[in-house]
Design a protein around this ligand. Sequence first.
Ligand SMILES: C[S@@+](CC[C@H](N)C(=O)[O-])C[C@H]1O[C@@H](n2cnc3c(N)ncnc32)[C@H](O)[C@@H]1O
Length: 266
Amino acid sequence: MELYETGNANIWSNSYVREQLLKAHLNPDSDAASRKPKTITATVDWVLKNQSGTGSIIDLGCGPGLYTQEFAARGWATVGVDINESAINHAIESGKLQGLAIRYLHQSYLNKIDAGAFDMATCIYCDFSALTNEQQKTFLLNVHQLLTPSGVLVFDVFGAGISQTKMAGRSWERANANGFWSKFPCYVLSECQHFAQEQVWGQKYIIIPDSGEPSTYILWDHYFTVEKLESLLLAAGFSVIETKSDLVQESDFASGDVLFVRARKI
Ligand SMILES: C[S@@+](CC[C@H](N)C(=O)[O-])C[C@H]1O[C@@H](n2cnc3c(N)ncnc32)[C@H](O)[C@@H]1O
């Protein structure tokens, strides 16, 4: 695998895989895709602590709306953005059922977002770690433009501890029909590689279904120190006002070594 090699498919937009991800988001007993309800509530408490009153908030990579619903229920004018159409559709329906006035946009947060200016922006569950260096810069530029003067960005990334949960190598398996990757029985070829200098793990999956074309998905997990984040954020016009590394008390997926950052637009 080469650094930042791209596949021909994306887990968040493939019409079959995105449905499996929605199921994972909505499973309260698993940290895959979304964290468990207890961690989500603790995160929302921390995100909104010390706020004098309510304001406007935009959740980037909002998934099925587990955080947007909490923000809106606590009186914040809330917008959610996501590229997973299945997740966004679920978020819209679920918000309506709960009588919450949340606006949802089905688009990439790497493109310009035309939704006004916000007091806060959030991006939760290590999305930032999944972006290439260039995408991280684009993301921060977009967020900067979305925030009011002195607006606040809260997001989380993996720490170096993620390396303890990964193992470089290659493997393959035969998967049954209606599994995570395909509705057809398929072969799943996996490759995991550490790019130590760039502090990123790459995970490549080649899916070869019994019927149809093969697909290649490549996922990146960057890990960070506080110092590295501070310098990235400063270059993008943000100053770090707080970090927290014990918000995720337990995780049964990826790594529990997670660093939350609160940064102010300067
Ligand atoms: C790990 S999930 C977390 C979802 C949600 N924040 C949560 O914790 O429940 C990452 C989310 O980011 C979304 N996403 C990934 N890349 C995106 C992009 N470029 N623009 C918008 N959303 C994106 C995915 O569709 C997915 O819903």
